[in-house]
Structure formats: structure tokens, C-alpha cells
Ligand binder design. Structure first.
Ligand code: ZN
Length: 433
């Protein structure tokens, strides 16, 4: 029998706290889960440094990837199956793309991408198309199958309906991570009626649309996304941990470039420092390896590196104040000078961090981030863009909210064993008690 049609003798199930069960019947899916590139996702947390704010947030990208797969499986097997606008031939492709959509994520993706100029989407593409176990499984389906999976994830696949299942403003990816992240952080936001949304989803030409009767369930989903961004994803304490993590990576890179002799050679970082990361090097990175280095770097001779690693490992994070970079640049440069005088390198100890989010956007062609709007399927079969029908969504759509904070180690500013007067001056400017 063709590999693409092979079923397992018995259905396998994964117990899942969000969807109760994740069901696997296709041999291809089972084989993909068993590859070493997919198993690696168990060792990468879904929410990076968030566990330092919400201690439950230890869940991995592996959990989330299975969850996205399960949502898509239910859509294509239960909701879309048999509908004339849906091509059931795209079923396996949709399932594989769902399962593998985050495959290229590395440890603490955010900080690593920033410091070493990496792009997890590019790595997802190279894992699917390169010399990997995942590629070998996909190739058994058909020679051009890996390319198709990569195209769906890269949003260039010709059947845009398949693309929109996995990435749009109401897609399986978001529906899974909102619920999963809410569950593991323990917050009360992030919950919405996914059962209802799945039931009112319809395939329509090149996109997934929502029956008009499901509008309120979608409103709830959009509000929960909005709240999760500000209450969880952009939490200032999580960002503080991320600032420190980023600075550790900067410091290690700088030391390496200056020819500093590490007590133990950071071999896993060499290609990152050199800026030539091969797929093989990249796949060896996970959060266990990174934490190992942070642990041993606490015994290095470089005071800055030691301090930053101790802060990260022992959760002695930077404090923050509200800060407006556009209006307060003078204050910032004054502080930089004072930090230097106090013996604290402002490049590491005085950091501006900004977060911003667009909760929902209507269609604006040509914009940098072109996002397809959510369409409601009206009773007369017309399509209406969601914010035209929903006052709640209209109130927050197209409005980008940005938040800037200034981070610094307040414990050092209160240490009056040296540079007492300068530190007092800094505290006064920062309006610290
Ligand atoms: Zn995802």
C-alpha cells in the first residue's frame, strides 16, 4: 500500500492536558514524531524565559506542535471532510505542515535570533528540505512532498486554503498556543470556546471563513489573544529575564572575539560566534546545553559574565521603570554617563526593551505584515470582514500598542559600599525610593 495511505494497526493516543487526547492513525505522522529533529522539540520550552515569571510555564514546543496537529486533524477529518470546497487530497499535507510548523525553533529563540541573527523559519525550511530524518520520512510520501510541506509553512503554497489553516489570524497555531499557554501559566485569560469555533469554520475558495452565528466565539478568541499578549507574553518580568539572557550571549560573544580563554571551551557556541551556523550545529542546540554553559560560566574570571549568569540562574532579575525613548533620550544619555561613573557598563546594565502587538488587523495590502482578515460567512452567503460586524473587534483592530521599559540591576544601585553619591543621583533620576 502507498506509504501516504498507510494506517497504524491500532490508533495511538497522546494524553494532552488541553485537547484531552491527540490521536494518530497515519503511519507518516507517527514516523515524523519519532524523528530526532522532532524529538528535539521536547528540549525547547514553548515560552522561553516565561517560566521565571509563571512557574508552570515549562511546557515544550513538542507539546504545542502535537496540539496544532490535533486541531488540524479535527478540522480536516471532522469539519471539512466531504465538503465540496475542500480537497481531501490535501489532508496529509495539512497534517504534516501542522506538526512541523515550529520545527526550526531553537533554544530561547527570541534572544538567540537577536544576538546571532538567526531565523527559525529558515531553519524550519532547511530541516524539512535538508539531509534529515524528517526529510527522509516526507520523501517516502513523494519526491516533491517535502517541498510542498515547506511551502505550506512558508505560506507560498498555491492552495491558500491549506496555508490559512496553519497561518492566519484565526489558525490552528494560535488556537493551540493561547489555550496551552493559559493552561500552563495558570492565568484565567486565554480561554475561549474552540469547540464552537471549529464547528462554524468553513472552507471557502482560498480561505477559512466563520459562519456568522460563530461571531461571538471569535470575539472571545480575539480578546483572549489580546489579554494573553499583555498579561503573559509581554510580561515585564519575563522580558527582564530575556534582557539578561541576551546580555549573557552578547558578553560571551564579545569575550570570544577579544580572544578571552574560557576555562571550558564553549564548543557549542563556536559556529554561533563565527556567524556560520550549519544545520548540524544548530540541531545540537537545546535548552539543556545552554543552561549547562550558564551554570559553568558562573565560575569564569570575567566579572560581568559571572554576574549575568548568576542573575539568570538564581532569578535575581533586573528591575524596570516605564520609559519613553522618544521623549526621554536626554535622561537616558545622562543615566549612561552616571552608570559609567558608578562602574556599571550601561551596555549591559541599562537596557531599553520595547514590545508591541497588533491585536487584530483588517486587510491592508502592501503593508509589511500583510495579514488576512477574518471573514464571516453571512446567511445570504456573502463574506463580511469581522471588524465591520463586531463592535468589540472594531474597537481594538488596527491599533498597535507599544510598551517601553528601562531595565537595570537595582540591587547594585542600592549597594552603597562604593560610589554612594553617584548611585543616589541615579536613583533620584529613576525615581526609585
Ligand atoms: Zn506554533
Amino acid at each position: 500500500m502507498e506509504y501516504s495511505k498507510q494506517k497504524l494497526h491500532e490508533e495511538k493516543v497522546f494524553k494532552d492536558p488541553v485537547h484531552r487526547y491527540v490521536h494518530v492513525r497515519d503511519q507518516v505522522i507517527w514516523d515524523l514524531i519519532g524523528t530526532k529533529e522532532f524529538q528535539r522539540l521536547r528540549r525547547i520550552r514553548q515560552l522561553g524565559t516565561t517560566y521565571l515569571t509563571f512557574h508552570g510555564a515549562e511546557h515544550s514546543r513538542f507539546n504545542h506542535s502535537l496540539g496544532v496537529y490535533e486541531i488540524i486533524r479535527r478540522i480536516v477529518d471532522d469539519v471539512f471532510n466531504g465538503r465540496p470546497e475542500w480537497n481531501q487530497e490535501e489532508r496529509l499535507l495539512s497534517l504534516c505542515a501542522a506538526l512541523l510548523h515550529d520545527l526550526g525553533h531553537g533554544p530561547f529563540s527570541h534572544s538567540f535570533e537577536k544576538v546571532f541573527h538567526l531565523d527559525h523559519e529558515e531553519f524550519t525550511q532547511s530541516i524539512i528540505l535538508g539531509n534529515t530524518e524528517v526529510n527522509a520520512v516526507l520523501k517516502r510520501v513523494a519526491a516533491d512532498f517535502p517541498k510542498k510541506v515547506a511551502e505550506v509553512i512558508g505560506k507560498t503554497y498555491e492552495d491558500k486554503l491549506v496555508v490559512s489553516l496553519i497561518s492566519s489570524q484565526i489558525d490552528a497555531d494560535r488556537m493551540d498556543y493561547l489555550q496551552r499557554d493559559a493552561y500552563f501559566t495558570g492565568v484565567s485569560y486565554g480561554h475561549f470556546d474552540m469547540e464552537r469555533i471549529l464547528r462554524v469554520m468553513r472552507p471557502r475558495e482560498d480561505q477559512v471563513v466563520i459562519k456568522q452565528s460563530g461571531m461571538h466565539a471569535v470575539e472571545d478568541y480575539i480578546m483572549s489573544r489580546y489579554q494573553m499578549y499583555w498579561q503573559v507574553y509581554f510580561h515585564p518580568v519575563t522580558r527582564s529575564a530575556e534582557v539578561i539572557l541576551t546580555k549573557i550571549l552578547h558578553r560571551a560573544k564579545q569575550l570570544f572575539e577579544e580572544g578571552y580563554a574560557f576555562k571550558q571551551e564553549p564548543i557549542h557556541f563556536y559556529s554561533l560566534f563565527d556567524g556560520e551556523v550549519t544545520l548540524e550545529d544548530y540541531l545540537k542546540l537545546d535548552e539543556a546545553i545552554i543552561m549547562y554553559y550558564f551554570q559553568i560560566w558562573q565560575d569564569e574570571d570575567d566579572e560581568l559574565l559571572v554576574d549575568l549568569c548568576q542573575r539568570f540562574m538564581n532569578r535575581n532579575l533586573f528591575k524596570y521603570v516605564e520609559f519613553d525613548p522618544a521623549k526621554e533620550y536626554k535622561k537616558h544619555s545622562e543615566l549612561e554617563g552616571l552608570f559609567r561613573k558608578a562602574g556599571m557598563d550601561p551596555d549591559y546594565y541599562l537596557v531599553v526593551d520595547s514590545s508591541s502587538d497588533l491585536p487584530y488587523d483588517f486587510y491592508r495590502p502592501g503593508e509589511e505584515e500583510e495579514r488576512l482578515p477574518i471573514h464571516l460567512l453571512m446567511r445570504n452567503n456573502d463574506l463580511r470582514e469581522l471588524s465591520r460586524e463586531s463592535d468589540i473587534v472594531d474597537a481594538i483592530s488596527g491599533k498597535r500598542r507599544t510598551d517601553h521599559k528601562l531595565y537595570f540591576p537595582s540591587d547594585l544601585l542600592y549597594d552603597e559600599t562604593s560610589k554612594k553619591n553617584i548611585k543616589r543621583q541615579i536613583r533620584k533620576i529613576l525615581e526609585l525610593p
